[in-house]
Write a protein that binds this ligand. Structure first.
Ligand SMILES: Cc1cc2nc3c(=O)[nH]c(=O)nc-3n(C[C@H](O)[C@H](O)[C@H](O)COP(=O)(O)OP(=O)(O)OC[C@H]3O[C@@H](n4cnc5c(N)ncnc54)[C@H](O)[C@@H]3O)c2cc1C
Ligand code: SF4
Length: 334
């Protein structure tokens, strides 16, 4: 591993000014913020990420979870995943978020991992981590070893000819369904980015994963007030019950009255190159009876654009069944 400098940020203006000296956007940049380090340090040990300077943001006053006057919630960037998952307001008003976080990684990792770090965690595609293999995301233009190689766990939605890597985050799937906003402070001031616009599809530039610019510091994630009378849950399917990434997952936030769905927010994990909000499924569900036929139509709509690779065609039906089952659980009598 190359040597690097560790700077401790005492205020966000100084942190932003330092990080803004980077010549590329967050991923691959030579100056990087560090939260829990559970993604970044691993990748540095593998020489996949080689920043020269790490700016430690753990001492910034961004460690609070606070309710907002409109009934929403603001979550600081360095709030630990465990603290977020077990927060009473999250468990009460946003159970899908609590369940998604607790389905990921291990207690030790969740105690370290931060909200912003989780948003920006990188793919688990094995070739991305193997510096002797071609990978357009790690080394633009080098090729994609996964398309003709081992791709069982990789994406079937949002892929391109350049990259088929899955976004691995569970937390992000819940945040997509909750329509969170990501608050960013950068050299041009503050801005709020709707969750759906934050992560980018790989297209021709898989190395660029988010809309963040050099110097952009994620400061908070804001959740809107919970929809009245909604039920939400996260269902994750994987090869083993713990310490494993999703093969398919579903976050559902459903409001139903007298057996009819009046509002639906749906996101899928384990199948998309970004946390996959499905407005197609939401349209199929809204104003329809809460029954298996409706759920199946919604699942078919969500996976209509799926493009499986040589080893992951099974994910199409798996993701559909995952969504149907999540919808059944969310609409069954309490
Ligand atoms: C063995 C293992 C198993 C795992 N299993 C799962 C799983 O099942 N499900 C799941 O969802 N996740 C899983 N994870 C991933 C884990 O959730 C992430 O590693 C963690 O959330 C990253 O958070 P962090 O604070 O440690 O990030 P860091 O490593 O500190 O940072 C990650 C990235 O975010 C950037 N960054 C951090 N904070 C900011 C900020 N405020 N503004 C701008 N940029 C910032 C960093 O520069 C870096 O690029 C697993 C990880 C491991 C090691
Ligand atoms: S799928 Fe993406 S991350 Fe994996 S080898 Fe191909 S380009 Fe790299």
């Amino acid at each position: 591993m190359k040597t690097f400098a560790l700077a401790r940020a005492s205020d966000s203006a100084q942190a932003i000014a330092t990080a803004a000296k980077a010549t590329t956007a967050q991923q691959g940049a030579e100056i990087r913020f560090i939260g829990g380090g559970t993604t970044l340090v691993d990748l540095m040990k593998l020489n996949v990420e080689t920043p020269q300077t790490l700016v430690d943001i753990n001492h910034l006053p961004l460690d609070k979870i606070e309710s907002l006057p409109d009934g929403g919630l603001t979550i600081g960037a360095v709030v630990r995943n465990s603290d977020l998952a077990y927060h009473p307001l999250v468990k009460k008003n946003y159970p899908v978020l609590s369940e998604a976080i607790l389905s990921g990684a291990s207690p030790q990792l969740r105690n370290m991992a931060t909200t912003a770090g989780n948003l920006l965690q990188r793919t688990r595609c094995m070739y991305f981590r193997a510096t002797d293999m071609p990978c357009n995301k790690r080394e633009p233009g080098s090729g994609c070893a996964a398309i003709t190689g081992v791709n069982r766990s990789l994406a079937i939605l949002g892929t391109s000819e350049q990259c088929i890597a899955t976004n691995p985050s569970d937390m992000c799937v819940a945040m997509a369904a909750l329509e969170a906003t990501i608050d960013v402070r950068g050299t041009m001031g503050e801005r709020a980015i709707p969750f759906a616009d934050f992560h980018l599809l790989p297209g021709k530039t898989p190395e660029r994963e988010t809309v963040l610019e050099p110097g952009d510091l994620v400061t908070h994630v804001t959740l809107p007030p919970p929809a009245p009378g909604n039920r939400s849950l996260y269902l994750k399917l994987r090869d083993r019950m713990s310490y494993e990434f999703a093969l398919a997952s579903a976050a559902v936030v459903i409001t139903a009255a007298n057996g009819t769905i009046t509002r639906a927010r749906i996101a899928l994990g384990g199948v998309g190159t970004k946390p996959w909000r499905s407005t197609e499924a939401e349209t199929e569900l809204t104003d329809q009876p809460a029954n298996e036929a409706t759920f199946r139509k919604a699942a078919d709509a969500a996976l209509r654009g799926a493009k499986p690779q040589s080893q992951n065609a099974f994910k199409v039906e798996l993701a559909k069944r995952c969504l149907v089952h999540a919808l059944k659980l969310a609409t069954q009598p309490a």
